[in-house]
Design a protein around this ligand. Structure first.
Ligand SMILES: Nc1ncnc2c1ncn2[C@@H]1O[C@H](COP(=O)(O)OP(=O)(O)O)[C@@H](O)[C@H]1O
Ligand SMILES: [Mg+2]
Length: 392
C-alpha cells in the first residue's frame, strides 16, 4: 500500500498514531498535576521500563498535559556524561524569566533569578553565555555552598516560591534518569523532599531504565517515600491489537484476524516492535485487508530495520569485553541470568568480570532485577545478538 499514507511511527521518541494502553498513567498524571497546582500533597513518580516501551512518548504527552493544566513545564533528557544541573539550568532560567515578564516586576521571582545565578556561578556552569537577565546580581548565601545536596533544594525552593508568587506551578520532566550520577540523584531527592515539606507547587516526573531505582543509595528511604515507580512494559494483548488496528482503520484499512495475531505474537506486545511490524506490514500489503502473509513478509524487513537501528545504536559503542559479556548472556537465553552462569560460559572467574557488568549497567545495556541477576534492558536483545553471531 501507499507508503506515503503509512500511519505507523517506529523510532525512538516518535509519537505513535495510537497511544495504546496508557490510560492509567495519564490519569495518574492528571490527578498529580491538579493536586500540586492546588497546593495539596502528591507523590511524584518515575516511569520505569525497558527500552522501546514508550517512556519518552509518555513524557512528551505528560509535558502537553502539564501545559494544558496551566503549568510552566520543562522536558529535559540527561545524556550520558552531562550533569543534572547543567541539563536543568537552561529550562529553569527560561521558566523564571517567563514568570518575570508580567507587567510589574515581582520581587520573589527576581530573588529566585538571583539564586539561580548564584547557583550557576558556584558550579561554574556556563550554558552558552549564561546570561540570566540584565541587572540581576547573583545572591549570596543561598544555593551557592558548592554542595549540590544543599544547593539544589535551595534552588528548587526558590523556583517553587516564584511559581507560587505567580499563581502557577512548575513541572520538571526528566528523561533517561538512569544516567544521572548517584550524587546528583540524591540531590534531586533532597530537592523534592524540600518541595514537599514546604508544599511548593513544583512536580518532578522522570523516566528511565530499571537501574534508576538503585540510584537512590543512601537516600533510598526518602526516594521511596517521595516517588512512585510505575512500571511501563509491553502492552496487554487487547492494547497491542488496538495499537496496530486503530491507525490503519483511520486510513480505511483493515487487518485479517490472524494477521494481527501474528504481529502481536512476533512483537510480544512491545510498542517499538508493534510500530515496526505495523509499518512494514502496511508497505508489504497490496491492499486492505492486511493478511497474515503480509505480516510474515514484514517480519523480515522489520527485523532488519530493527537490527540496523534500535538494537544497534548502543551496541556499537561497547568495548570488545562488554560485547563478549552480552554474547555470553545471549547464549544462555532471554534471561535474567546468574552472574555465575555468565562467568562460566566465558570460562572466567565471576570477580574478574564484575567491572564489565558494572560498566554495562552504567551504559544502560543491562540491569540487575535481583541480587546477582543480570538482564537485558532491551527486549528480545538475546535474539538480536544470536542473529549477529550467526552472521559473523
Ligand atoms: N502506548 C503505545 N502504543 C503504541 N506505540 C507506542 C506506544 N508507546 C510508544 N510507542 C512507540 O514505541 C516506540 C518507542 O517509544 P519511546 O517512547 O521512544 O520508548 P522508550 O522511551 O521507552 O525507549 C515509538 O516508535 C513509539 O511510537
Ligand atoms: Mg526513551
Amino acid at each position: 500500500m501507499d507508503p506515503i499514507t503509512n500511519p505507523y511511527a517506529p523510532g525512538a521518541g516518535s509519537q505513535p498514531p495510537e497511544l495504546a494502553g496508557r490510560a492509567e498513567v495519564l490519569e495518574r498524571t492528571r490527578v498529580t498535576l491538579a493536586r500540586v497546582l492546588q497546593g495539596r500533597p502528591a507523590k511524584s513518580f518515575m516511569l520505569v521500563g525497558l527500552r522501546g516501551v514508550g517512556k519518552t512518548v509518555l513524557l512528551n504527552r505528560i509535558f502537553e498535559i502539564a501545559e494544558e493544566a496551566g503549568y510552566r513545564a520543562a522536558l529535559v533528557e540527561t545524556p550520558e556524561g552531562k550533569s543534572l544541573p547543567e541539563v536543568l539550568l537552561p529550562s529553569l532560567r527560561r521558566i523564571l524569566l517567563q514568570l518575570d515578564t508580567k507587567e510589574k516586576v515581582n520581587e520573589v521571582v527576581k530573588r529566585s533569578l538571583m539564586i539561580l545565578k548564584g547557583f550557576a556561578k558556584t558550579l561554574k556552569i556556563t550554558v552558552g553565555d549564561f546570561d540570566i537577565g540584565l541587572g540581576i546580581e547573583p545572591s549570596e548565601g543561598v544555593a551557592d555552598s558548592g554542595d549540590l545536596e544543599a544547593d539544589l533544594p535551595d534552588l528548587f525552593e526558590a523556583v517553587g516560591r516564584a511559581a507560587r508568587a505567580r499563581g502557577t506551578a512548575v513541572a520538571l520532566i526528566i528523561d533517561e534518569v538512569q544516567y544521572v550520577a548517584e550524587k546528583e540523584f540524591s540531590a534531586l531527592i533532597m530537592a523534592v523532599h524540600r518541595l514537599s515539606q514546604r508544599q511548593l507547587p513544583v512536580v518532578v516526573i522522570g523516566a528511565g531504565l530499571p537501574q534508576l531505582v538503585g540510584l537512590a543509595g543512601k537516600s533510598k528511604s526518602y526516594a521511596e517515600r517521595l516517588f512512585d515507580y510505575p512500571q511501563i512494559g509491553a502492552l496487554a494483548t487487547e492494547d497491542a491489537v488496538a495499537a496496530l488496528v486503530e491507525p490503519a482503520r483511520r486510513e480505511g484499512v483493515a487487518y485479517d484476524t490472524d494477521a494481527v495475531a501474528e504481529a502481536v505474537r512476533m512483537t510480544n506486545g512491545y510498542p517499538y516492535f508493534l510500530q515496526e511490524w505495523g509499518y512494514h506490514s502496511w508497505n508489504a500489503a497490496s491492499g486492505s485487508p492486511i493478511s497474515k502473509d503480509d505480516v510474515k513478509i514484514a517480519t523480515q524487513s522489520a527485523l532488519s530495520s530493527l537490527d540496523e537501528s534500535f538494537f544497534r545504536v548502543r551496541f556499537d559503542r561497547l568495548t570488545p569485553r562488554e560485547k563478549a559479556y552480552l554474547f555470553a548472556m545471549a547464549g544462555l537465553g532471554p534471561g535474567p541470568h546468574r552472574s555465575g552462569d555468565i562467568a562460566a560460559r566465558l570460562e572466567v572467574a565471576v570477580e574478574s568480570i564484575a567491572p564489565v557488568r558494572s560498566s554495562l549497567i552504567k551504559k544502560g545495556m543491562v540491569f540487575s532485577p535481583a541480587h546477582g541477576d543480570t538482564a537485558f534492558t532491551v527486549p528480545m536483545f538475546d535474539e538480536y545478538l544470536s542473529r549477529q553471531q550467526r552472521l559473523s
